[in-house]
Ligand binder design. Sequence first.
Ligand SMILES: [Zn+2]
Length: 106
Amino acid sequence: MSKREEERYNEILNYSLNNMDDNTKFCTVCGMPLVTANDYPMDADMKTVDWCKYCGDKEGMKNYSELVKGMTEYIKGEQNISEEEATVKAEEAIKGSVAYTSGRLK
Ligand SMILES: [Zn+2]
């Protein structure tokens, strides 16, 4: 994720956090709140899709290794740690996600 993408991500996340209520859905992979159409993959059906635009597209979630890769990049930038450490954290996060524990991730 580039610096600009990261800034955009944080902007959207802050907006979403300020607009959450009890019915807020969360991405079943990364836990990001899904509040506006902008949080979802492009053209996704907000009624059936429960993952964010970072974790998949309107057709489905990314697979396990793609998700680990993406999250590793994000954690690395966020926490300023090595690729190896970030990978461990990314794997832990994804293995703890609803999507993974319910067997929906391939
Ligand atoms: Zn997500």
